[in-house]
Design a protein around this ligand. Structure first.
Ligand code: NAP
Length: 517
């Protein structure tokens, strides 16, 4: 099959004919093809082809029509004969393709569909069955222009089965759409077309998705640059759980694109990091033939990943955690850019040697910042509510530890919040330090970056402190990762803009719609 740019299919999931028509017109400026989900329409006469004519008569793009049966994700019951007749006749005269479930193939075949306009699909919203290859073989024997497999990914390893199907279809010159549904399957939606999928689906805006894990057109194209990707594109990404809301893809992909690098940064929703390393990453054992250059590591895998690597850089050894992996000459090397990233914003405003720093918290972020501060010669005191976790830090880095309550009376020059207190969506109203703790302390630094101004920073500013947001650390640690993977300095200001756009978009969305349970 000749290589060509990825097709992005905008899915129309409107409830009225009027709004569906408006959405179809809107897609002309960005999508390559549309899928109209007729089963979402509440004012539609499924028995009258004129209803479809009114919807599609001036469509600006090729259109797939779909009217899903309830057991394959349909939104309403439509009598089977009426449904299939509408799809078959609609594709003959008005649409470019109709999508009919493999289970309904025989009934549809009796209506003599135009096979060059038929798309045969199989959906499984519970799992990616072990015999998905056999299922794909079976449906591929049903004469049609395109076949489609969409199965739930319960773990990212289910994506491997999907990529295998695409490889096989490509080798046999068959048109296949293959997608893993849900967050662990996100990578199949982004790089699927570059690996041969006939198209990838996108919603026209957030909240209009027709399936879990479906990205918006803006995410696919503006964040991931889906149309420019090929099998040769170098792959990076973030390994963690959850990762769907990470700002890192926005930052790294913006930087790759600005420098014209054929790289992409993907969200790897990983539950078992050892499996990920062996099946996706390690050149000797991976089951995907791709140019994986390395990856970021985040919660909860920063320490468990260590056992899966070949070498560790000294900072990763000192910190006891890895947030970056580089794949070089068949070896996986672990780095920790959080350490330098955490203190770089401080170094820009103050020489850290012999400065007294109070770090609140004793978790992973505290470890990185304490490690960096100690390397820079700062005097560090840790203020934590859990004495045992604090003692572990004291042993690793030779620092003093105190109960949280004693922060107020301490005489630190810099106070750093390394706890999640004040984070959006969790405990935004909280601050781990009383307002009085900021008096006579020159600098306050919050590692939390969402919101940009936490209660901790607001009160510190009101008490006259110079304040630094966690966004600065986010950008610095990402810039160092970028350099490790590409050997180039990233455009840091563009990374900042991308992160700010992502955080602003998320906060606006959160303020208008409650998060899903
Ligand atoms: P973690 O490993 O779970 O540790 C959190 C620490 O904060 C623990 O010591 C915990 O104490 C303490 N803590 C939690 N809530 C508290 C409260 N209300 N008052 C006082 N102490 C509290 O988490 P982490 O990985 O260190 O991350 C901490 C935060 O750092 C994250 O939420 C994130 O916002 C930020 N962070 C930012 C960046 C960046 O790039 N800017 C990078 C990494 C992390 P207990 O043990 O008693 O629960």
């Amino acid at each position: 099959m000749p290589d060509r740019h990825a097709r992005i299919c905008a899915v129309i999931t409107e409830e009225t004919t009027q709004s569906a028509r408006a959405a179809i017109r809107k897609t002309a400026s960005f999508a390559d093809i549309i899928e109209v989900r007729l089963d979402y329409l509440r004012d539609f006469d499924f028995a009258d082809l004129n209803s479809l004519r009114a919807l599609l008569e001036d469509k600006p793009l090729p259109a797939i029509i779909t009217c899903r049966s309830i057991n394959e994700g349909g939104q309403q019951f439509v009598d089977e004969e009426t449904r299939l007749k509408l799809l078959v006749e609609g594709a003959r005269s008005l649409a470019d393709y109709c999508d009919i479930e493999a289970a309904s193939y025989n009934a549809a075949a009796k209506l003599s569909p135009d096979l060059s306009r038929l798309l045969v699909s199989y959906h499984n919203f519970d799992e990616t069955p072990e015999d998905v290859d056999a299922i794909c073989e079976r449906i591929s024997e049903l004469p049609a222009a395109i076949h489609k497999i969409a199965t739930r990914a319960n773990t990212i390893t289910d994506s491997i089965s999907i990529f295998r199907l695409l490889d096989k279809a490509r080798a046999e010159n068959r048109q296949l759409i293959a997608i893993a549904i849900g967050e662990p399957g996100l990578i199949t939606r982004i790089i699927g077309p570059a690996r041969g999928s006939f198209l990838t689906y996108a919603s026209i805006e957030k909240g209009r998705e027709s399936a879990p894990g479906q990205l918006t057109f803006a995410q696919l194209q503006n964040v991931y640059g889906a149309r420019r990707l090929s099998r040769d594109t170098a792959i990076t990404g973030i390994v963690g759980r959850p990762v769907a809301h990470s700002a890192s893809p926005a930052m790294h992909n913006r930087a790759f694109s600005a420098l014209g690098l054929d790289f992409v940064y993907l969200p790897f929703d990983v539950d078992d990091v050892q499996q990920f390393v062996s099946r996706f990453a390690r050149p000797q054992s991976r089951e995907i033939d791709w140019r994986l250059r390395g990856f970021s590591v985040t919660i909860p895998h920063k320490t468990t990943v260590i056992a899966c690597l070949d070498n560790l850089d000294q900072t990763a050894i000192d910190a006891g955690a890895v947030n970056t992996v580089l794949i070089e000459r068949e070896k996986l090397i672990g780095y920790n850019t959080d350490v330098e990233g955490a203190i770089a914003p401080l170094k820009k405003i103050i020489a850290l040697d012999a400065i007294s720093c109070g770090v609140i918290g004793a978790g992973g972020a505290a470890r990185a910042v304490v490690c960096g501060l100690r390397k820079s010669g700062a005097r560090v005191s840790v203020f934590a509510r859990d004495a045992e976790r604090a003692r572990a830090l004291a042993e690793s880095f030779d620092v003093a530890v105190f109960p949280l309550e004693s922060l107020e009376s301490s005489d630190m020059e810099i106070i750093i919040n390394a706890t999640p207190a004040g984070m959006s969506g969790h405990n935004e109203e909280e601050s781990p330090a009383p307002r009085s703790a900021f008096r006579a302390k020159p600098v306050a630094y919050d590692l939390v970056y969402n919101p940009l101004e936490t209660r901790f920073l607001k009160e510190a500013k009101e008490e006259g402190c110079l304040t630094i947001s966690g966004l600065e650390m986010l950008i610095e640690q990402a810039a160092l990762q970028f350099e490790l993977w590409t050997g180039q300095k990233p455009p840091v200001d563009l990374m900042r803009t991308a992160a700010l756009e992502k955080l602003t978009a998320d906060s606006q969305r959160d303020s208008i719609s409650p998060p899903l349970p």
